[in-house]
Design a protein around this ligand. Sequence first.
Ligand code: ADP
Ligand code: ADP
Ligand code: MG
Length: 447
Amino acid sequence: MISKILIANRGEIAVRIIRAAKELGMKTVLVHSTVDKDSLATKMADKSICIGPPPALDSYLFYQNILSAAISVKADAIHPGYGFLAENPLFAEACKALRVVFIGPKSDVIRKMGDKAKAKSIMEKFGVPVVPGSNGIIDSHEKALSIVEEIGYPIIFKASAGGGGKGMRIVFNRSELENAYKFASSEAQQTFGDSSVYVEKYISGPKHIEIQILGDKYGNIVHLFERDCSIQRRHQKLLEEAPSPSIDNSTREQMGEIAVKAAKSVEYDSAGTIEFLYDIESKEFYFIEMNTRIQVEHPVSEMITGVDLIKYQIRIANGEKLDLKQENIQKNGHAIECRINAEDPLNDFSPCPGKITQLIVPGGPGIRVDSGVYPDCEIPPYYDSMVAKLIAWGSDRREAIERMKRALEEFHIDGLKTTISFHIDILKNKKFLTGLYTTDFIKDYFY
Ligand code: ADP
Ligand code: ADP
Ligand code: MG
């Protein structure tokens, strides 16, 4: 039985996990780097332990130290959050070897799905529609050429070990192919330590629609509808909403069923997400990847279903049987999340770390703020630039949008540049209001 959880993460997600653990009556231990010693999460955890200097490789990714901390405090389980060690099969295996519960799926499932090219092949075998492209990784640009003969331009090279929008390169014609291949594989090597790339048809102007799933250790798997994450910059999400304003109920049902089938095919347990690209015109959707972890944007699904995903992750890891039945999961209203990043939207979203001199946090009906900051705290330059997530719920999309605008206007973060005003501009945009925006939205309307 889990009674003490170690949190191997930082920022808002560490705070979120501490909250869930406390509600379940569990003790919390937070590990942190030297620069995070005064973080909000350290103030909330029952205990905190410094595991190393600021660079993630020496702290949040240095799992020998994290495991030593877990053993020394007798933690029963480790929650990895997202990013860092969340999708590292070696870490999940090391936890198991030390009899510490890894709060996430089995290591072999993380391994299979973490290789994006392999994951596509597995999904295709189980009848899940995938984006056309190479069947697995390719080792030369000549191989890509033969695939182009079948699928035509444009294509996209993608890092098989990729994540966080990195390691992708779009190719519109033959003259760009060789360089793009070289660039993608060297970026993959640098960022992920693995140069493997694969080829996909580049779908122009798709929607990014993903299905949240939850599975237990006894083969029960449900989905919690979809999130529309098409507002992106550099292939990274900035604003997400649930449900998607641009899919109908029959498509919704179909995508949910396919996602559950995909998860069942790998005997998935814990929370996970199946990501698809969706063509608004043809209503076709194609699997792109599975994320075997909790996602940044999970709150929008929580707000429309009333299901606490982090508590379920913990309870499932604790061996509890899923008490949710698909037919009892209802969606209610509409939710939107804005990622509040310490970035300058007017300067290509470049990170703007620094000290928060004044902080006024919004509230009132339908507003939720998941954040890791407080007045006078420092945003260090070493990690992700996200400082808070603002989530608005409304009885319908219109109300959610109006609430979000109101809350963004209430939100004051002084001392650094943030994405707050950029979000207000998005919410006022006519295309956004139609709901029919695509992943090209920011490029088309703001640059
Ligand atoms: P990551 O692992 O970095 O999250 P994904 O494979 O999920 O990478 O892709 C991230 C985003 O990049 C997608 O949401 C989409 O906007 C864009 N993208 C990825 N593959 C394609 C494709 N084949 N065609 C068009 N856009 C794509
Ligand atoms: P989502 O928003 O769908 O949860 P993101 O792609 O935005 O997923 O990633 C969430 C966090 O995890 C970000 O901090 C991102 O930088 C990080 N991340 C995701 N995949 C990887 C990866 N393969 N390697 C390193 N960091 C990653
Ligand atoms: Mg993705």
